[in-house]
Write a protein that binds this ligand. Structure first.
Ligand code: HEC
Length: 133
């Protein structure tokens, strides 16, 4: 009985949390950006191992000044890839798979190997990234 009511409570919680997750929580995302900090800054023009993510949402792919992108990401940028929320969300889940699909190729050169599978984490980080511009 206890288990059943706990289950119902959990279900109700997850239902009410649903839309909030889909929209992403920028405050949480700011903290979760610690996952990206070893390679990225959100400062304009400040590249590290990866390019600066200042203004990344709706920015053209492979367009950070002075950053040496991989051949794959450069090709995607040339093809017109723009980092809208949907593309960012797919890229962060699996950058290599995303670029292969976008470029319609079997092999691709890509420098970001990290995969972020957790959907709420991606939503939160994207919500945060929208605020850095
Ligand atoms: C271990 C280092 C590393 C980590 C950690 C990392 N990245 Fe990256 N990221 C890179 C590199 C390197 C590139 C350049 C990829 C290329 O040229 O193919 C990149 C590229 C990107 C791009 C494309 C930028 C552009 O200008 O087109 C986005 C967006 C991005 N990363 C977001 C993130 C986010 C958000 C996180 C954290 C959730 C993250 N990255 C974590 C190394 C990393």
């Amino acid at each position: 009985m206890k288990f059943a009511s706990a289950l119902v409570a959990a279900l109700m919680l997850s239902l009410s949390a649903g839309p909030a997750y889909a929209a992403g929580d920028a405050a949480k995302g700011k903290k979760q950006f610690s996952r990206c900090k070893s390679c990225h800054t959100v400062k304009e023009g400040k590249n590290r191992i990866g390019p600066s993510l200042f203004g990344i949402v709706d920015r053209a792919a492979a367009s950070a000044p002075k950053y040496k992108y991989s051949a794959g990401l450069k090709a995607a940028g040339k093809k017109g890839l723009k980092w809208d929320e949907e593309n960012l969300k797919k890229y962060l889940k699996n950058p290599t798979a995303f670029l292969k699909e976008y470029l319609d190729v079997k092999k691709v050169k890509n420098k970001m190997k990290n995969k972020f599978r957790k959907e709420s984490l991606r939503d939160n980080i994207i919500a945060y990234l929208k605020t850095v511009k």
